[in-house]
Design a protein around this ligand. Structure first.
Ligand code: ZN
Length: 155
């Protein structure tokens, strides 16, 4: 997304619209699909040499759930996008790399059904919980095992 500085010399601008996701190179892990990025930005020139842009960016992303691989739709939200870009002789300033970075930073690491208020299919939920329980049990027995051993040694 490019902002033409000539448009801002007469005063701040409020910009809004949608951007095609392709130029943002937002590939995450394969199988994902982005909706258009929706933006609402307030742009102004500060002190004749600095562009300040602030606003909100949202998009929806369909990815495979990290647990069950069924597709889930995440809402990606950058609620306080803020950049200040110093300029000298440029005609326009490209915000694409900054938008991209903020969007990627706001993505969860391993999105699953629980991130979108849903549930994986029952058989997957069961597996996952069984595994989590077994792991907890194992940790407990390791911890207590070590303590038991310590007690044994003290006797
Ligand atoms: Zn799932």
């Amino acid at each position: 997304m490019k902002i033409r500085l000539a448009d801002l010399w007469d005063g701040a601008l409020d910009l809004q619209g949608q951007l095609a996701p392709e130029p943002y190179d937002l590939t995450v892990s394969g199988g994902e699909q982005w909706s258009p990025l929706t933006y609402r930005l307030h742009a102004e020139i500060l002190g004749e040499t600095e562009l300040l842009a602030r606003g909100v960016i949202t998009a929806a992303l369909t990815v495979p759930c990290a647990r069950c691989l069924e597709p889930i739709t995440l809402t990606v939200n950058v609620p306080e996008f803020t950049v200040s870009v110093p300029f000298t002789t440029e005609e326009s300033i490209d915000l694409t790399p900054m938008l991209r970075e903020d969007i990627l930073l706001s993505l969860p690491m391993a999105p699953s059904h629980s991130d979108v208020g849903g549930h994986c299919p029952p058989q997957v939920e069961k597996l996952y919980h069984a595994d989590a329980d077994r792991y907890a049990e194992q940790r407990r027995s390791e911890t207590w095992g070590a303590l038991d051993k310590l007690n044994e040694e003290r006797k």
